[in-house]
Write a protein that binds this ligand. Structure first.
Ligand SMILES: Nc1ccn([C@@H]2O[C@H](COP(=O)(O)OP(=O)(O)OP(=O)(O)O)[C@@H](O)[C@H]2O)c(=O)n1
Ligand SMILES: C[C@](O)(CO)[C@H](O)COP(=O)(O)O
Length: 248
């Protein structure tokens, strides 16, 4: 994470320009209170604990009237305008870094809506990323039986869950590779719901780094209470049987 010529630097891109439509709240979900602080403040705080020297690029809606810069714990940070879809926000951030970021710099993209990611998982992902030229992502193996619907609310078939994973964030790549992958994926009309899918489309195989199932993406109203329980458990303030120890 140093700045010596030829040494890699770490950039954090945090897409935070969503509207939270599925949450259906008055505020975008990144500004809803979670254990007394906005979701966004929790997420940035976890990232800062893991990577205090990293440089942050925060994607915010240009019309955002709720953001408060005092929630950003990083010394070096900037904001970039969010786009229509998540991928557009991430691409705008990468464009904002052009000229400063080098092709071999490391970039971690992390949803603002995942405030429960642990420092240990962040650091394991970073370590994996440094060793894998195709990048890496936190993920968990599918644990439920998977059904495909028939389009009318009934089961058409049961899918094998063998080898299926839930993709989480962060997802990390070298800056040059990520820019190329996203540019080409969008140009070819691919639906890009995460960074890894764009890199996969280049024929590369990002590494799956097994993460914790409690790195949830706050998406629906019930997820907020769940996230609050998870944070309490991680900090050991709920039942000691479920307390989480933050050690790598
Ligand atoms: N145009 C967009 C859309 C999403 N995001 C961000 O991408 C992450 C994952 O998106 P999602 O969970 O879908 O968030 P929202 O778009 O806010 O939710 P919804 O789809 O329910 O509106 C979130 O951190 C969100 O803020 C973004 O930066 N720019
Ligand atoms: C990137 C992501 O969090 C990986 O699971 C997810 O794809 C974002 O989902 P969205 O709801 O489509 O933004």
């Amino acid at each position: 994470m140093s700045d010596r010529p030829g040494s890699e630097r770490l950039w954090l891109v945090v897409p935070a320009a969503g509207r939270g439509r599925r949450m259906g709240a008055e505020l975008p979900k990144q500004y809803l209170a979670l254990a007394g602080r906005p979701v966004l403040a929790h997420t940035l705080s976890r990232l800062h604990q893991a990577f205090p020297e990293a440089r942050l690029c925060l994607c915010l809606d240009p019309d955002d009237a709720h953001f408060d810069a005092s929630w950003v714990p990083f010394d070096q940070w900037r904001r970039s305008p969010g786009g229509t879809e998540r991928v557009d926000s991430v691409r705008q951030a990468l464009t904002a870094l052009a000229g400063e970021a080098r092709d071999d710099d490391l970039v971690l993209v992390h949803d603002v809506a995942r405030p429960c990611v642990t420092v240990a998982d962040l650091q394991r992902l970073w370590a994996a990323l440094r060793e894998d030229s195709a990048g890496s992502l936190l993920a968990t193996p599918a644990a439920d039986t998977m059904k495909r619907d028939d389009g009318h609310g009934h089961v058409s078939q049961t899918e094998s869950r063998s080898g299926l994973w839930h993709a989480q964030t962060p997802q990390g790549f070298r800056y040059g590779l990520l820019c190329r992958a996203l540019n080409e994926a969008v140009a070819s009309g691919l639906e890009v719901t995460d960074e890894a899918s764009a890199v996969e489309a280049l024929g590369l195989k990002p590494r799956l780094v097994p993460g914790r199932r409690d790195n949830i993406k706050i998406t629906h109203p019930e997820d907020l209470a769940l996230a609050e329980h998870i944070l309490a458990a991680q900090q050991g303030t709920s039942s000691p049987n479920h307390a989480y120890e933050e050690t790598p």
